[in-house]
Design a protein around this ligand. Structure first.
Ligand code: 9D3
Length: 248
């Protein structure tokens, strides 16, 4: 898999190339990364990449030409790659999109800065626009890092056996429930004990405790996921009885 990133801040991408699960996968040759700076595709002495918006208003707009030339450079030997623009007005990125991305050959990720990018670049070059959600960032770099992280960790061989034991499409798409709480040593920390169910060694009781913790947490924090699980036929009679017991 290969990612090409278009960004005014190329140094940020060492985060995903050099560290953690994605760094290890990169060293294993499971994916590669090339970063292109639009400033290197300017033709004026000031290396201008932005200008004032037509029609007025606050902030600056990224010019089409340096972005388009950077995309063309990235496309030189992979013209078929989808071009994703990181945009606050894009479709919200989710686990299904991560999964589909990980099954392909990669993408060209374009990171905007300032107030936005010239619409003619979007029309001419961009195939998808994606957002991380309803909060304001200063640019598309952190979304691009998140997208690469989410896709690379799904590549076969990216996770070791222990890391991948828990990974499956049910747990990792939003048809699942929220995870139950985790505990590790020591058994008593600052006077607070691990829940006795987890110390019992009784596997059926442990599974029941975790299931109930998941159901209660999901009902409290993400009732939409309870509804989705119910609609998908993923709640048993026992689950429904437990959920009903929480309401009084
Ligand atoms: C506060 C400025 N906004 C005025 C209505 C527009 C705006 C322009 C540019 C807001 C953010 C940005 C920079 N953000 C991104 O490039 C971005 C982003 C985000 O801010 N939130 C969630 N996902 C993304 S993807 C790219």
């Amino acid at each position: 898999m290969r990612f090409d990133v278009i960004s005014l801040f190329p140094e940020l991408f060492s985060a995903v190339r050099d560290h953690g699960v994605t760094g290890r996968a990169h060293r294993q040759g499971l994916w590669s990364l090339r970063v292109w700076n639009p400033r290197d595709f300017t033709h004026d002495v000031h290396r201008t990449v932005d200008d004032r918006p037509y029609g007025g208003g606050p902030g600056m707009v990224m010019m089409a030409q340096p972005l388009e030339e950077a995309v063309h450079a990235a496309q030189a030997d992979r013209a078929d790659a989808p071009v994703w623009l990181m945009s606050p007005t894009g479709r919200r990125f989710d686990q299904r999109m991560a999964q589909e991305l990980s099954e392909g050959r990669g993408a060209i990720l374009v990171c905007g800065r300032y107030e936005g990018v010239d619409q003619r670049f979007i029309r001419r070059c961009v195939t998808h626009e994606v957002s991380m959600g309803d909060f304001v960032l200063s640019g598309g770099e952190i979304p691009a890092l998140a997208i690469m992280d989410s896709a690379v960790r799904l590549l076969p061989g990216a996770l070791n056996d222990r890391e991948s034991a828990h990974q499956d499409s049910f747990h990792e798409t939003l048809t699942g429930l929220l995870d139950s709480p985790h505990y590790t040593r020591p058994e008593v920390y600052q006077g607070e004990s691990v829940p006795p169910e987890l110390l019992s060694g009784h596997h059926a009781n442990i599974a029941l405790w975790r299931r109930r913790q998941s159901l209660a947490l999901t009902l409290a924090r993400r009732p939409d996921l309870i509804e989705a699980a119910r609609a998908a036929g993923r709640l048993s009679k026992a689950d429904e009885a437990f959920l009903a017991s929480l309401k009084h």
